[in-house]
Write a protein that binds this ligand. Structure first.
Ligand code: AMP
Ligand code: MG
Length: 414
């Protein structure tokens, strides 16, 4: 590689992922597993449905008895039992008999079809005693949900490597599962650097700004399934970053995410104090060109992201999030992407891949478009524009300009 050739995003990500060590699995209750990553397949503990049950409120019948029922030739049946949901009964049904049944109740062994209230003369109002069936069910099995038609005991509901969301956990619960084996949550320390940074809400003196990257990076880390064990700011003077690594290690951190102090200025405190453990490289991306990465002797990953808020956000997406997901043994490390036409044109940097904070215009459902989230364009200092961003438009290094109507890749992050 020539000295001035920038490293590609893929090359840098490969270096990062090479250092990732997968975290151990741990068994947790389904109720506590939201956002965790399965590391063993999820298998059903009971059939879904658990037993043959009625799909309608109505009557369990012998199909033979009602197969010729019509408005003109109704069939009269005697109701010999009643099955509310949860009833353990399995009443016998003789010729000319029916049992009233509610949705979800177990279908009696003697019945092979359900006649809904809508197909009887009296409906619910006249449903105990004698009923008059005005229409035949479509055939044997009508309105019966069969045991195991969704999944049977031992069947795989989900493979290892997927995130457990509310829907996945609902399926686990429905299949009688009470605990799942998931990856331990990565423990992450978030360390902001910069002598100009002040806790948000405090009065600002000349030269000071609110510290926002720790909010950003802690939120993104939690969104990637991590637990934030340390969040602090250090000055540009002294050895704050090195001390932060010691403190993070003592807290069992798996990764330390620094922001700021990695570029080419005079006071690059991460670069100056952690040069032994980290490598500082230039990546062909914008924003996010200066990146630091390394690990301690104990294998704690050290990320040195550039300090501009947009740069830090993009760098997290591109390098830190995939690493945190890989630790959790997630199969898919990347955000979903769409290809959308640009609503307006914008300029792109030469020979670097652009990640532009973007908003999606959904006003025409048949033709979504993408536009820059910041009025000022791609400036990585435009932290307020992050408020409107829900995606990054990704423009290849060899594209010089995006024109309105051009199709671009859009990485969804919300
Ligand atoms: P640096 O990478 O340290 O040169 O920082 C680049 C720019 O990002 C500077 O304007 C910093 O003031 C700003 N910046 C760095 N860290 C933070 C932070 N934690 N919160 C808000 N802005 C920051
Ligand atoms: Mg700085």
């Amino acid at each position: 590689m020539s000295a001035d050739r920038l490293r590609t995003v893929e090359e840098q990500l490969a270096i990062v992922l090479e250092r990732v060590r997968p975290l151990d699995g741990t068994r947790v209750p389904v109720a506590a597993a939201l956002g965790r990553t399965l590391v063993e397949p999820l298998r059903a503990a009971v059939d879904i449905p658990v037993f043959d049950n009625s799909a309608m409120d109505g009557f369990a019948v012998r199909f033979e008895d009602v197969k010729d029922a019509t408005d003109a030739a109704p069939v009269r049946l005697t109701v010999v039992g009643d099955l509310p949901a949860g009833s353990p009964l399995d009443p016998p049904i003789g010729p000319g008999e029916a049992v009233r049944i509610m949705t979800g109740s177990a279908v009696p062994s003697a019945a092979d079809a359900i006649v809904p209230f809508e197909s009887t003369a009296g409906g619910l109002a006249d449903s105990l005693g004698e009923i008059t069936v005005l229409a035949a069910p479509r055939g044997p099995g009508a309105h019966i949900r069969r045991r195991g038609e969704d999944i049977t005991v031992g069947g795989e509901l989900l493979p290892a490597g997927v995130e457990l969301g509310a829907l996945q956990l609902a399926a686990a619960a429905a299949a009688g599962v009470d605990d799942v084996v998931v990856a331990r949550r990565p423990r992450v320390a978030v360390v902001s650097t910069g002598s100009e940074l002040v806790t948000p809400g405090r009065p600002l003196e000349r030269g000071q700004i609110p510290e926002s990257n720790s909010q950003l990076l802690a939120g993104l880390a939690e969104g990637a399934g991590a637990e934030v064990v340390l969040r602090l700011s250090v000055d540009d003077e002294g050895d704050g970053p090195a001390r932060a690594v010691v403190e993070a290690s003592a807290l069992g951190a798996d990764a330390v995410v620094f922001s700021g102090g990695v570029s080419a200025g005079a006071y690059e405190v991460v670069k100056n104090t952690l040069a032994g453990a980290m490598e500082f490289a230039k990546i062909a991306m914008q924003p996010g060109k200066p990146q630091g990465f390394g690990a301690t002797d104990d294998g704690v990953l050290l990320f040195g992201l550039p300090g501009n808020p947009v740069s830090a956000a993009v760098s997290f997406e591109v390098f830190v999030r995939p690493a945190l997901l890989a630790m959790q043994r997630r199969t898919e490390l990347h955000r979903p992407t769409l290809r959308l036409p640009a609503a307006t044109g914008w300029r792109t940097p030469p020979e670097r891949r652009q990640y532009l904070p973007a908003a999606i215009d959904r006003s025409d459902p048949a033709r979504w478009t993408v536009r820059p989230a910041t009025a000022g364009g791609s400036g990585s200092h435009l932290a307020g524009g992050l408020a409107r961003a829900e995606a990054y438009a990704i423009v290849p290094a060899d594209v010089d300009v995006v024109q309105a109507g051009d199709t671009v890749d859009v990485m969804l992050v919300s």
